[in-house]
Design a protein around this ligand. Sequence first.
Ligand code: ATP
Length: 285
Amino acid sequence: VKKAAPNAVIAPNFKFEDMGIGGLDQEFSAIFRRAFASRVFPPGLVEKLGIQHVKGILLHGPPGTGKTLMARQIGKMLNAREPKIVNGPEILSKFVGQSEENIRKLFEDAEKEYKEKGDESGLHIIIFDELDAIFKQRGSTNSGTGVGDTVVNQVLSKMDGVDQLNNILIIGMTNRIDMIDEALLRPGRLEVLMEISLPDEHGRYQILNIHTAKMRKNGVMDHDVDLKELSRLTKNFSGAEIGGLVKSATSFAFNRHVKVGTMAGISTDVEDLRVNADDFAHALE
Ligand code: ATP
C-alpha cells in the first residue's frame, strides 16, 4: 500500500466527541464531506478524478458560536500545522506597505515548504478572522489611506496562487456574510460556505456539558445543578455566552467561600466548594 502524503492523513484517534465543540456535529460532518473528503482519498485518486482540493472555506454566523473553535479543530483533524490567525481590522490598521508585507509573510512558510517537498509537505492553515473588515472596503471611496484595496487585492492574488499549492487551506470567518464581496466566494477561493448558527436546546446542553466537564469530573459541581433545565433557560445564548455563564456561576460559588474582612484580611475556605444550582440561578439573573 502506498503511503498517503502527510497532508492527506486524518490525525490518528481523531474523534468529534473529543473536540470540545457542542451542537455542531452536523455542520462539522457537512464541512468534512464538502471540503475535506478529497484530502483523505487514497493517493492518486484526486489526480485520477482530475479535481483539486478545496483550498478555502468560509464560516459565517453570529459571534461566539464556535467558528474559531471549529477552524482550529479542523486543523487538528487534518494534522495541520498550528494555524496562523490574522485579524481583519488589525491587518488594515497597519501602515501602508506593512499589511502587504505581513500578508506575504503569512503565505511564505507554506510556499517554501511546498517548493521543497511538494505534496509531501504538511498542511498549513491560514485563518482570516473578521474577514468582512478587509473586504467591505473594496472600492469604497472612504477607505481613507487606500490601504484597503491593496490589501484586498493582495489577499485575492495570494488566494489564487494557492491554487498551485496543495498544502494551504484558507479559513475565512465573518459575522457579516452580507458584507463579503462576491469575488471572494468564487471557485478556487473560499468556495465552501458554512453557516454556524446559535445552538438549539440540544446544542446548548452539549455545550453546558463541555464547559462543566472538569468540575463534574472533579466532584465540584453540586448534584442539584440540572443541565437539561439550564439548556432550556439559555435560549438565544451563544456558546461563548454559555461559557460565560458557567464562569459567572463559579464566581458566585467563590463568593460564598471567600471572606474579605478589614481586620482579618482575606480568608478562604474552599475545602467543600461546590458550584450549585443557586449559583447558576444568580448567574442567569
Ligand atoms: P467570533 O465571531 O466572535 O470570533 P466565534 O464564532 O469564532 O466568535 P469562538 O471564538 O469559537 O467563537 O468561541 C468563543 C468561546 O466560546 C470558545 O473558546 C468556547 O469556549 C465557547 N464556545 C463557543 N461556541 C462553542 C461551542 N459550540 N461549543 C463549545 N464551546 C463554545
